[in-house]
Design a protein around this ligand. Structure first.
Ligand code: XMP
Length: 319
């Protein structure tokens, strides 16, 4: 790790030199890349860093608290958490089309981010967690099929029109180097190894119309899937796993009563690059634990199914 330590030293020097005494805004997404950028900037320029985290109400369980804890208690950054949960819910009300959801979320995110960023006086730079593979992709292959099938939206995708000068300290790095750097900077391993999560968050895993109730259901079910994956020692065997709440009700029975409730799908995939992926054969005992816990403890779900589709022709996400 001395290579990583010296890489960090070089980055820190370069950032200090480039930024001088100006202020940098860093958008946090809860993911690895933006967290590493923020930690690196904090080490470089400390109080000249302001972080913005938009709570869109579409995050995984505990995510907001983790970001808050990491970037106010551990790294004492000037963290701005924008509570935009109601705003997103209102804008998404009644929307069922996946592309429409993505568009709305992308637009509202930028609006929220912009408003908060503009409230930070003397901000000059906007830091982005662009990695080397992103740089390559956005060049030669920008029109490749994987990029046009779904409109992707990232914290890294903020438009230039926000009017800040961009800095991208991870531009020359690969994911494994970013992870190593994050660990060396003192970010917790759980964060460094956390499965990727799409910008539109739970919205694209809550099929059909989104409501606060459905989001709570999905978030709780997802937390059980992830917890059981950890319990089985399989979290790092799969590259991504999650729950999907389907817009499908089916008949069940509880005691003497007939029920008519929601269906939840479990997804777990093995992949090198997320461009192709195989469904992962979770052991029956693990699936059984997930299913039993979800059905017993989450109100409104009476059926759990396992997604056994690979990409292509499926995608990893359902929307
Ligand atoms: P798909 O579903 O296209 O997903 O097979 C491939 C990988 O990309 C993630 N993903 C997204 N990430 N914004 C993101 O930042 C998005 O809109 C988005 N859509 C999918 C997905 O979670 C998987 O890791």
């Amino acid at each position: 790790t001395w290579q990583i330590a010296s890489l960090i030293e070089r980055e820190v020097e370069a950032i200090r030199e480039y930024v001088g005494n100006r202020r940098v805004i860093c958008g946090l997404s809860g993911g690895v890349d933006s967290s590493v950028v923020a930690a690196l900037l904090y080490k470089s320029i400390g109080p000249q860093l302001s972080c913005i985290f938009v709570d869109n109400g579409l995050l995984r369980k505990g995510e907001v608290e983790q970001v808050r804890n990491e970037f106010t208690n551990h790294f004492k950054t000037d963290l701005h958490v924008v509570d935009a949960r109601d705003r997103f819910l209102d804008e998404l009300a009644g929307v069922t089309d996946p592309q429409q959801k993505r568009k709305i979320i992308g637009r509202v995110f930028i609006e929220c981010f912009r408003t908060e960023a503009e409230s930070i006086e003397d901000a000059h730079f906007l830091a982005q967690g662009t990695l080397y593979p992103d740089v390559i992709e956005s060049g030669a292959n920008a029109d490749g099929p994987a990029h046009t099938i779904k409109s992707h939206h990232n914290v890294g995708g903020l438009p230039a029109e926000l009017g800040f000068e961009l800095i991208e300290p991870l531009r020359d790095l690969f994911k494994d180097e970013v992870r190593a750097m994050g660990l060396e900077l003192g970010l917790p391993p759980e964060l460094i190894w956390r499965h990727p999560f799409p910008g539109p968050g739970l919205a694209v895993r809550c099929l059909g119309a989104i409501s606060e109730d459905r989001l709570v259901t999905l978030r709780d079910a997802d937390a059980i899937v992830i917890e059981e994956l950890h319990n089985a020692g399989l979290y790092r065997e799969v590259q991504q796993a999650f729950a999907v709440l389907l817009p499908v009700q089916s008949v069940g029975v509880m005691g003497d009563a007939r029920t008519y409730e929601d269906t939840l799908a479990i997804r777990a995939v093995e992949t090198d690059d997320f461009m192709t992926a195989d469904w992962y054969p979770l052991p029956y005992e693990v699936l059984q634990k997930m299913s039993t816990r979800i059905i017993n403890s989450i109100r409104g779900i009476n059926r759990v199914v396992y997604d056994i589709s690979s990409k292509p022709p499926s995608t990893i996400e359902w929307e």
